[in-house]
Design a protein around this ligand. Structure first.
Ligand code: 5GP
Ligand code: ZN
Length: 114
């Protein structure tokens, strides 16, 4: 998708602080961090929202979760705790329409979220 910000990050057209990558996903630090650790995991494949997941592409969500687990270990927050979030559509706060998993940690996370 030529007009997608995260596809441009994947292509290297827009720089990012990459912390993890494998054949399925990359993970990089959020430009506007909401916690001491705030990393985004995105699939190589462009999928706009969680509503666009299907039987054919559902495995990517497992890959995103395993990547998040690896990043949490790398960041040293696997024991203290971390929150994984996927916002779907504007009402939930989605601003970039290429699915991404937020990893937030390094501070106490309150519930319910705002
Ligand atoms: P959303 O609001 O869609 O769930 O999350 C999008 C996230 O992408 C936001 O937390 C925002 O700070 C982050 N973001 C937006 N533009 C960029 C960028 O150019 N680089 C990086 N690293 N993060 C970005
Ligand atoms: Zn994209």
């Amino acid at each position: 998708m030529s007009d997608c910000l995260f596809c441009k990050i994947l292509d290297g057209e827009i720089p990012c602080d990459r912390v993890y990558e494998n054949e399925h996903v990359i993970a990089f630090r959020d430009v506007n961090p909401q916690a001491p650790t705030h990393v985004l995991v995105i699939p190589h494949q462009h999928i706009s929202t969680v509503n666009d997941l299907t039987e054919e592409n559902k495995n990517i969500v497992g890959e995103m979760m395993l990547a998040a687990q690896a990043v949490a270990k790398q960041e040293g927050i696997e024991e203290t705790g971390y929150r994984l979030i996927m916002n779907c559509n504007e009402g939930a706060g989605q601003t970039v329409f290429h699915i991404h998993l937020h990893i937030l940690g390094g501070r106490i996370m309150r519930w319910p979220p705002g």
